[in-house]
Design a protein around this ligand. Structure first.
Ligand code: FAD
Length: 288
C-alpha cells in the first residue's frame, strides 16, 4: 500500500484548558510531517481572533504549512479582506474558503449587508488578490442545502473555476461514497485534487449528531458495531480499525491525500497514521 500524504484539522481554543489540548495535539501530530494543517473558523464567525492567533502561532513556531478557514457569515467584504490581509502580512498563504452555516438560532444562511453572498464570490475575490492558495469544501453526500449530488458537483466546479486549487470533503463512512463522488467530479471536468475528509470517531453519540447536521449517512453495520463496542467499552479499538480500513480502501482506490478531522484529540489520528505507514520524521523539540 502506498503511504498517503496527510493533513490535520484543528479548532481554535476558547479556554485555557482548550489551549493546552490544542498545543498537545500539535505537539503529537506535527512530527508526522503533514502537508498542511488547518484551523477552523467558529460557526457564525465567532472565533475570528482566536482562529487568527492559532493560525499565526502554528505558522511561526511549528514549521508546518497552515491553512486558515474563513466563512462569509456575519462579515462584510471589507472585514473578510482585513482578515486575509492580516494572514498575508503574517506569511500565511493558505485559506479554506467557505460560505459557512447559519448562526445559532437561524435556519438558513443569509448574506450580511455588504458581505459575500456565497462561497463562489469569496473564492473569486480571494483569487483576485493573487496571494492565496485557496481550498474549498466538497460534499460526497448531498449538502443539506442541495437537492442532489449533481448540484454539489456543479457548485464545486464553479468554485474551482473561480480560483480554488483543491477541495476537502465532508466526512463519510464508506469508501464507495467518496469514489462515486470523485467519479462524478471527473465526469464534470473537475481535475483539481479532492481530498477525503476523515473523521476518527471518539464519541459515537457526538458523531451521530454531527452526521445528522451535515447530511452524512450512517450505514446500519457501523451503528451496530458501535452499539456493541459501547457496551463492551471498546470504542477506541473499533474506531482505529474502522478508520484505518476506510483509509486503506481509499488508498487502494488511488487516493494519495487524507485530511483528518482531529477535533483536537490527537491519539486516534496518530494511531491511524502509524497503521497507514506514516511515521514521525523529526522530533518536535528540533522545531518548536
Ligand atoms: P458551498 O459549497 O458554498 O455550498 C454547499 C452546497 O449548497 C453546494 O454544493 C450547493 O449544492 C448548495 N449551495 C450553496 N449555496 C448555493 C447557491 N447560492 N445556489 C445554489 N446552490 C447553493 N463551517 C464553519 O463555520 N467553519 C469552518 O471552519 C468550517 N470548516 C469546514 C471545512 C470543510 C472541509 C467542510 C467540508 C466544511 C466546513 N464547514 C465549516 C462547514 C461549512 O461551512 C458548511 O457545510 C456550509 O453549510 C457550507 O459551506 P461551503 O462553503 O462548503 O458551501
Amino acid at each position: 500500500m502506498t503511504t498517503p500524504r496527510i493533513s490535520f484539522e484543528f479548532f481554535p481554543p476558547q479556554s485555557l484548558d482548550a489551549s493546552f489540548k490544542l498545543w498537545e495535539t500539535v505537539r503529537v501530530l506535527a512530527p508526522l510531517k503533514p502537508e498542511f494543517v488547518s484551523v477552523t473558523y467558529g460557526a457564525g464567525g465567532t472565533t475570528r481572533d482566536l482562529t487568527h492567533d492559532a493560525v499565526t502561532t502554528i505558522h511561526n513556531n511549528y514549521g508546518v504549512n497552515v491553512a486558515a478557514h474563513l466563512t462569509c457569515v456575519n462579515s462584510t467584504r471589507t472585514e473578510v479582506l482585513e482578515i486575509t490581509d492580516g494572514y498575508a502580512k503574517a506569511g500565511v498563504t493558505d485559506i479554506v474558503a467557505l460560505r459557512g452555516d447559519a448562526p445559532k438560532g437561524q435556519d438558513q444562511f443569509t448574506t450580511t449587508d455588504g458581505g459575500f453572498a456565497n462561497s463562489i464570490e469569496l473564492v473569486e475575490t480571494l483569487a483576485e488578490t493573487g496571494k492565496f492558495n485557496i481550498r474549498v469544501g466538497a460534499y460526497p453526500e448531498p449538502h443539506p442545502d442541495s437537492p442532489d449530488t449533481a448540484a454539489d458537483v456543479d457548485w464545486l466546479k464553479r468554485k474551482i473555476d473561480a480560483g480554488a486549487s483543491s477541495a476537502i470533503t465532508q466526512f463519510f463512512f464508506e469508501a464507495d461514497t467518496f469514489f462515486r463522488f470523485r467519479d462524478a467530479c471527473q465526469k464534470a471536468g473537475i481535475d483539481a485534487p479532492i481530498i477525503p475528509g476523515i473523521m476518527p470517531i471518539t464519541s459515537w453519540a457526538g458523531i451521530k449528531r454531527f452526521a445528522a447536521g451535515c447530511g452524512a449517512s450512517i450505514p446500519a453495520w457501523l451503528n451496530d458495531a458501535y452499539e456493541k463496542a459501547e457496551r463492551d467499552d471498546r470504542i477506541e479499538l473499533l474506531s482505529t480499525a474502522v478508520c484505518t480500513e476506510l483509509c486503506s480502501d481509499l488508498i487502494d482506490g488511488g487516493v494519495e491525500d487524507l485530511h483528518f478531522y482531529t477535533l483536537n484529540r490527537p491519539a486516534l489520528s496518530r494511531d491511524i497514521c502509524h497503521a497507514l505507514g506514516v511515521a514521525p520524521s523529526a522530533s518536535l523539540e528540533n522545531v518548536a
